[in-house]
Structure formats: C-alpha cells, structure tokens
Design a protein around this ligand. Sequence first.
Ligand SMILES: Nc1ncnc2c1ncn2[C@@H]1O[C@H](COP(=O)(O)OP(=O)(O)OP(=O)(O)O)[C@@H](O)[C@H]1O
Ligand SMILES: [Mg+2]
Length: 337
Amino acid sequence: MSVFECTDLHYSYLGRFPALDGVSLRVGHGETVALLGANGCGKSTLLKLLDGLLFADAGTFTAFGAQVTEDKLEDEQFNQGFRSRVGFVFQNSDAQVFSPSVREEIAFGCLQLGLDQATTAERVGDVLAMLDIAELADRAPFQLSGGQKKRVAIASVLVMNPEVLLFDEPTAALDPRTQFWLIELLEQLRAAGKTIVLATHDLDTLPDLADRCVVFSEQHRIVADAPTADVLSDRALLLSANLIHARAADRGPAAAREPRPAVVSVYAVEGMTCAACTQKVGRALRGLPGVTAVSVDLPTASASVTSAAPLGPEAVRGAVAAAGYATDGTARNQTPA
Ligand SMILES: Nc1ncnc2c1ncn2[C@@H]1O[C@H](COP(=O)(O)OP(=O)(O)OP(=O)(O)O)[C@@H](O)[C@H]1O
Ligand SMILES: [Mg+2]
C-alpha cells in the first residue's frame, strides 16, 4: 500500500488560476521525494493537497489506502487519524507559529490530537532537546529570528511523530550553518524510516535530501519522475523546467550535473559589509579546484562550500584573501567525506 496515490489531480485557485493540470504521483513508505520546478509551477499547491489543506477540482487523492476528501476530513476520527500521520512544515514559518510561547506552540498539536498533559510535556521536552531549542522554550515565537522560527515550526510538527513529513522549501532563507543542520536532520528522519516529500529549488543539496525527484513544467504538469542522480544529470530537462539557466549551465560543469557532492564546509569570513562583498568571496571560492557550489551569507559572515574533497586551509585563506577579505581557512562545520 502506498503512502500517497494521486491520480490525475487538477486544481485551479478561484477556478481561474491553474496550479495543477493532471498530476499523478505515487509515494511509497520511507521514500524521500523532491518536487522540483520553476516558481509558480504548483509545488506548494501539491503539498497543500497532500496535507488535506486544499482539495482537487478533479482527480483522486488517496492516503494510506483511503481516499481523502473535504467531507471525509470533516469526520473527527478520520481527521485525527490523517493529521497524526502527516505533518507539514510551511515555507513561511510566520504562517505556522502563533502561540504565546514556544513551549505552547510545540504542545499545541499534541493537545489537538487529544494527548494528555503529562505525555505532551514529555514529548515537548524531547523535541526541544532534539532540535536544540530548549533555551527558547519560554520565548514568544513571533519574536524569534527566521532560522529559530523554522526550528520551532519543525518541532511543532515532529512532536506529533508523524509518519510522513512535507516540507516546503526547507532550506530557503537559512544561513549555511542552519541549512547544514537541517540537511542533517532530514537525513536522520530519512534514516528513521519517515516518508518525506519536499519542494525545493536547491539543486546543490538535493542529493543529500531526496532519492527521487518529481519535476514540474511551468504548465503545471509532471514532466519527469526519476532517481535524483538521473534528474540532475539531465541538462535538457533542467533547462526546460527552468531549474538551471542556460548561461550558467554553459559556463562549465554545473553543480546540477555533478555527481553527489562529497563535502560541504562552512568557513567564517571577516570583513564583508555588503552583498557585493559576498559575490566577490563567492567568485573566489568557486574558482578553487573541485568546488561545485558556494553560498556566502552576510549576516552570519560565513561561506558554505561544496567540494569534491576537503579543501586545504591554505587554499581557502588564499582565495578569500585574493578577494580582499579574511578567513582562517578552518571549516567550522564539515560533512563527512
Ligand atoms: N492563493 C492563491 N490565489 C490565486 N492563485 C494562486 C494562489 N496560490 C498560488 N496561486 C497560483 O497557483 C500557481 C501555483 O502556485 P504554487 O504556489 O503552487 O507554485 P510553486 O511551485 O510552489 O512556486 P514557488 O517556487 O514560487 O514557491 C501559480 O501560478 C500561482 O500564481
Ligand atoms: Mg511554493
């Protein structure tokens, strides 16, 4: 039995703005599936359908062997069963966090599911520790930073221990260290046997995040459904789906076409004061041999570098110095090779 079975789903907002045009998709237990496609192709809409927040105009959606409809979700028992098995982490955490304190925010879902206070408190404690946010427990969620809110939003979903996790652009707008943390968390969830469906534009982290990719065209249809490595090596597909840009792809072996990146390292960079500085540092690091992707973050003054093998501190120091900035070249965070 599949976790999800979507057959010929059609959906338009207000009957006028098409978002899904005949989407069929099966997701099996324990799979990690990435939804890829240009802005507006329908990824978030599909996630909302999978979470029973929207309902298709036509086609059928089955979860855990039972058809999911608006009428069925009005049945309290069906609703609780479905909600306890599927959790959704929104792209915008502001849309997800609303309680006066982080602790209450995380407890909310458990209490909705009818768990008693003692069990809820125990689960909240576990999740606070797991996501390393115990010190935020009594803070107001709306006063937290974007990355902190994201952790709270994830905690409020994980606390219900759902079998299936839906993530909308999980790594967007996170600093390199938090992105790295999130990728590790997703890897742990995957190893724990969770089924994960996520929407993303981030091709660099894709091999770490998903076994399989479903690619949407800008016409809101699925144009490919294949193992991640196959999708990433199909340049024509990536170009046609607006996932890579022709000029960027022509510059050389794009990260998107590289095999699984071996190491992601995060370096502290001093002296950057503006977006132009981050571009200079990015360009310099991208020029190092074996580097497939670089992102430089101004607020945290750090650079995240994906490379085929660990870079020597000398090489990193040299590249950053040549751009006019400073680093000790020591990785603060590094994925295992
Ligand atoms: N609330 C809404 N009202 C009207 N149209 C909407 C609404 N939400 C989305 N749409 C439209 O539905 C289509 C699909 O949007 P959706 O948000 O699913 O795209 P997406 O693939 O998630 O894009 P992005 O990568 O930008 O997040 C778009 O054309 C969008 O304009
Ligand atoms: Mg979206």
